[in-house]
Design a protein around this ligand. Structure first.
Ligand SMILES: Nc1ncnc2c1ncn2[C@@H]1O[C@H](COP(=O)(O)OP(=O)(O)OP(=O)(O)O)[C@@H](O)[C@H]1O
Ligand SMILES: C[C@@](O)(CCOP(=O)(O)O)CC(=O)O
Length: 472
């Protein structure tokens, strides 16, 4: 097996964003459908440093997450001299972080299969910092990178895709440190394929992968890869099974280097508009909901199929309205700004904004109408699926809340993002109306915690190590 020598032991830091799936829940599981995924300003950071351990007889990768109790996961690494298969075993078996373990396993085996893993494998420490918005915080005004007294698995999440961002930054960190593969920020396809495989291995199920794609590429119109790409990869074998070790390396390398045909066209929330995320802290079971929706579709006959198709069209219509508005803001900036001013001055909510769109007419007025109408229609179909499948995608409680939001000034509309349920709501609003929305005093908003987030459309990026190291 060929091997390389380690590049200069530098200190690196990478960060990746969280996500909101504004349009495309459930349909995005099928490659024929597009979805609108927004990258958020909440980021997870990985700071890499060569291990301080004096033990040179063993190679270890240690992931530290100092914001959480028991946030230390260490893995012993050994490479078979016959097959090149790299075994990654937890030093402390009672400490589980499947995403960290899968990232180390996938990346080191890929590097081994391509002859880019340095031998002996140098030990490495990766520190993780994660923005507060990923987890429910005990009160306002917590320090940046707040610490929790519980283990990460016990701290309630806000559903921004922490595991996808974590897996992505770990992938970038490991590739940069060990690999001889150029700048990883310029090799997004490799990074994406590796992070998707690691994330799926850890989850033990095949999601659409929109969260990992967003962590890598940022805000995108996402179309998934064929599920068979991932299912072709064998289960990570036992270190003693040489035949399986060789097969795993072979399939992993071929899969990583094949063309997945993923749709990752860049998109953005148009200027002067914002996505506003409200945390409801309810909690929903995505896999169980996906199963219910799939069963409804299988057994629901022509009605189910027609709802499914109409939802797909409404999603597509919203996506093209967003792309169209973005385009108009660039090609026709004066008119775009004037229309936005008019909407803001009117103090109108959803239905008033639609009427204004009709009155204003022209391309921009039409796109505004289209955006409002398609959000309304998406919700209509999601409620039909809720009723038909029993999966609580837009439960009545969320319907009342979203309807109340539609009355607030500057609200184009809102949805239950992603799989829906009781976790969160996501509104499209004018930037100028954000304060008025978050300060609305109606009782119905009492349980909504508006998250301090905005779109930050860039995906994986390199950061200045020293600036962040001071938080460790
Ligand atoms: N800051 C972190 N440090 C270490 N591990 C983390 C960190 N953030 C996430 N993880 C890992 O990811 C797991 C959470 O993944 P999970 O898929 O349940 O949540 P999520 O990706 O935030 O949720 P959702 O898919 O609903 O948006 C944690 O239990 C832990 O294993
Ligand atoms: C239902 C689904 O389409 C979206 C799930 O989104 P979230 O985990 O609720 O953000 C599943 C998937 O795409 O993996």
């Amino acid at each position: 097996m060929p091997s390389s020598t380690l590049p200069v032991a530098e200190r690196y830091c990478f960060s990746a964003p969280g996500k909101a799936l504004f349009a495309g829940g459930y349909l995005v599981l099928y490659p024929e459908n597009s979805s609108f995924v927004t990258a958020l300003s909440a980021r997870i950071y990985a700071l890499i440093s060569p291990s301080q351990s004096l033990d040179t007889t063993r190679s270890t990768v240690t992931v530290l997450s100092p914001q959480f109790a028991e946030g230390e996961w260490s893995y012993n690494i050994s490479r078979s001299s016959t097959t090149g298969f790299v075994t990654v075993s937890a030093v402390n078996l009672s400490r589980k972080n499947p995403f960290a373990q899968a990232a180390v396993t996938t990346i080191l085996n890929y590097l081994s299969a391509t002859g880019n893993l340095p031998m002996p494998i140098p030990s490495l420490t990766i520190n993780i910092l994660s923005d507060n918005a990923y987890h429910s915080q005990p009160h306002d005004n917590v320090p940046r990178f707040n610490t929790h007294s519980q283990a990460i698995s016990a701290v309630p999440k806000t559903g921004l895709g922490s595991s996808a961002a974590l897996t992505t930054v770990l992938t970038a960190a490991l590739l940069s440190y060990y690999g001889n593969v150029g700048r990883v920020t310029e090799n997004k396809r490799l990074l994406h394929n590796l992070a998707q495989i690691a994330h799926c291995t850890a989850q033990g199920k095949v999601g659409s992968g929109f969260d990992v794609a967003c962590a890598v590429y940022g805000s995108i119109v996402y179309q998934r890869f064929l599920p068979s790409i991932i299912s072709a990869i064998p289960v990570v074998p036992n270190e003693l099974d040489d035949a399986k070790g060789s097969e795993y390396l072979h399939v992993l390398k071929n899969t990583i280097e094949s063309n997945w045909n993923v749709g990752t066209a860049a998109c953005a929330i148009p200027p002067r508009l914002r996505l506003l995320m409200g945390d409801i802290s309810g909690g929903s079971e995505t896999p169980a909901m996906v199963q219910m929706v799939q069963q409804w579709r299988r057994e629901g006959g022509a009605d189910a199929e027609s709802t499914w198709t109409s939802l797909g069209k409404a999603n597509q219509s919203l996506i093209s309205a967003m792309i169209g508005l973005q385009g108009e803001s660039e090609s026709n900036p004066k008119e775009y700004a004037a229309v936005m001013d008019q909407i803001i001055d009117s103090g109108a909510g959803t239905s008033g904004i639609k009427t204004l769109g009709v009155e204003i007419g022209g391309k921009i007025g039409g796109l505004i109408q289209q955006a409002v109408d398609s959000i309304t229609e998406i919700r209509h179909h999601l409620r039909a699926i809720t009723k038909g499948s029993g999966a609580q995608i837009e439960p009545e409680q969320q319907t009342r809340l979203l309807d109340a939001c539609n009355e607030l000034p500057g609200v184009f509309g809102g949805v239950v993002p992603g799989a829906g349920g009781y976790d969160a709501i996501c509104l499209l609003v004018t930037e100028a109306s954000v304060d008025r929305v978050v300060n609305a005093t109606n009782d119905i908003f009492a349980n909504v915690k508006w998250l301090e987030l905005r779109e930050e459309s860039v995906g994986l990026r390199e950061e200045a190590f020293p600036t962040l190291a001071e938080y460790l």
